[in-house]
Ligand binder design. Sequence first.
Ligand code: GTP
Ligand code: MG
Length: 224
Amino acid sequence: MTESRMDFRKAKFLISAPDIAHLNQYLPGDAGVEIAFAGRSNAGKSSALNMLTDQKGLARTSKTPGRTQLINVFELDEHRRLVDLPGYGFAQVPLALKKKWQYALGEYLQERQCLTGVVVLMDIRHPLKDLDMQMIEWAVESEIPVLALLTKADKMKQSERMKMINEVRKHLGDYDDRVKVEAFSSLKGLGKPKVLSILNEWCHPEWLMEAIAEAEAADESEGQ
Ligand SMILES: Nc1nc2c(ncn2[C@@H]2O[C@H](COP(=O)(O)OP(=O)(O)OP(=O)(O)O)[C@@H](O)[C@H]2O)c(=O)[nH]1
Ligand SMILES: [Mg+2]
């Protein structure tokens, strides 16, 4: 039987690509499960990936926004990958480059077939900016579940934090179960079990479990 609990600590760097065309070249087939981490520059995407995988140096983080400039892919196992996306909305980047990133991001979110879930990370102190809403809408339109993660939650008192979570949930209420909202801190580990449980669920879609079971059954009958 296939293990149904992912060990996210096993994540390892696989490849970097500037856009979906290069991604398809390196990873032909656009197959399996991919979970992407999207968000404004400096929202804490790379830090969250490191916290969730218990690996401080897996994804490069920085105080300077615009650190992650490529689509960075981390492999969990032969069927599943986590993806650190370049941040959007960073004012200091030249307009032409910003447009190029924006295009690559939109293309990735709208065309990547294996994309199974999107984590949209937003600083809890200023969530739901226009581009965040665009990411969420793109994913919902493509019927991809979203986890809206309110990062740097350690920067707020618990009462303020709860208020903000409720406000964001209310704002995204029309999406029902398609968009979940949680608070998170890469510094303190707050929200980690909840996030891991959602990612774990996304890693086990029915179609993949059936395909794995079929492949295992075929292997067994071959071995007899
Ligand atoms: N206090 C606090 N700081 C955090 C947290 N997560 C990230 N940071 C800090 O925020 C800054 C940006 O973090 P990154 O993880 O590099 O952000 P990013 O979203 O990957 O940024 P880009 O790659 O530029 O898009 C760093 O200085 C982190 O140390 C958190 O949960 N709490
Ligand atoms: Mg980053």
